[in-house]
Design a protein around this ligand. Sequence first.
Ligand code: FDA
Length: 398
Amino acid sequence: MTYDVVIIGAGAAGLMCASTAGYAGRRVLVIEHANKAGKKILMSGGGRCNFTNLATSPANFYSANPHFCISALKRYRPEHFVDLVERHALEYVEKSPGQLFCADSAKDLLALLLTECEWAGVTTRLKTSVSRIERVGEGMRLSTSMGVIDAGAVVVATGGLSIPTMGATGFGYDVARQFGLAVTDTRPALVPFTLTSQWKARAEALSGVACDVAVRSLSGATGKPRGEYREPMLFTHRGLSGPAMLQISSVWEPGDELAIDLLPGRDTYETLCAARRDTPKRQLSTWLGERLPRRLAQALIEWHGGDGVLAERSNAELSAWAQRLGEWRVKPAGTEGWRTAEVTMGGIDTRAISSRSFAVEGLPALRFIGEVLDVTGELGGYNFQWAWASGVACGNAL
Ligand code: FDA
């Protein structure tokens, strides 16, 4: 069997690359080891797939080589994907500013990608595994469960390590190492935190409570802050989750403490002093309950004591409350790991890969796209935009 292009991985990047190369007249085969294409697309965005973010810029990505993503993101922008979505008459909604989701179901987006592949004449083989890849002349030879396949080029689009039950493997990293590429350290990112016993019990009691916070991760070694995100936080029965925690998990390192501002955007001490002056008979718990979810306000009073009318609170007491509300310190035990992480931080070192064609330097028959590379987006549709942009850039260059 001979194809111009064999793409390994029928996920977001692989399918996008396949249809692009197919429309350009290439004979394309997509090999997927799972029993279904695009499983992560189906589970993304709570089943409605946050498929892009209109504000995407290179600043929304982490990588040891931050300039690498610029070219592809510039050439295939969110508007291009929105145009594709509109051509298929797929309804979408803007949930938070710039974050676009399917109006109904992520199934519609996967159907769009599969339809594009069909129109572009792409062949897809599910439940197919690759056991060996070797360079033969100018091309590549693959040993697969459907026999030996010769290809002008192989595109590895096998994604990251998160959610192994959905088909994630380290296959792409192994191929990269086989051909002499470096792989940077990988770790779960966009992942909830777990807590130790005392805090775990407290979080469990508050499970389901959500509030807006600003969070920073304080380095265990230097105390210096890493990153800052202002988004909602959610207490869970295992620890802390919600967009704020998922975002900060991308920069958090074991041993770091989280500094969480429960009343972001205000000077809490000034506000408390003003409340004592203007409403001296108000209970501290009432004041807290007006600004925080009631269950959290009650829990804070239980943990720290000191309820009573504001008039009787000394400056030192108000200062202590301002401190614990403005910089609640929690040291996570860890994260929930690959089981629930949305993405992989780190991956194939991009320094030996062309940012235009995604080909390996000196080996144009081998290419890597999508999340398998050391390019990781923030939460909010950026990771899919990277999958589309890298898939299209590579597909056009095949
Ligand atoms: P992807 O993981 O999509 O595809 C890789 C494919 O390769 C899979 O089909 C896999 O089975 C296959 N494969 C792996 N090893 C193989 C092998 N050895 N042989 C053959 N096939 C193999 N992003 C975003 O922008 N918005 C969102 O709303 C979300 N939501 C979200 C929720 C959850 C729960 C998760 C886990 C992730 C998200 N993401 C997200 C992240 C997003 O899903 C992710 O970044 C992209 O799917 C990455 O696309 P890729 O095509 O690179 O990998």
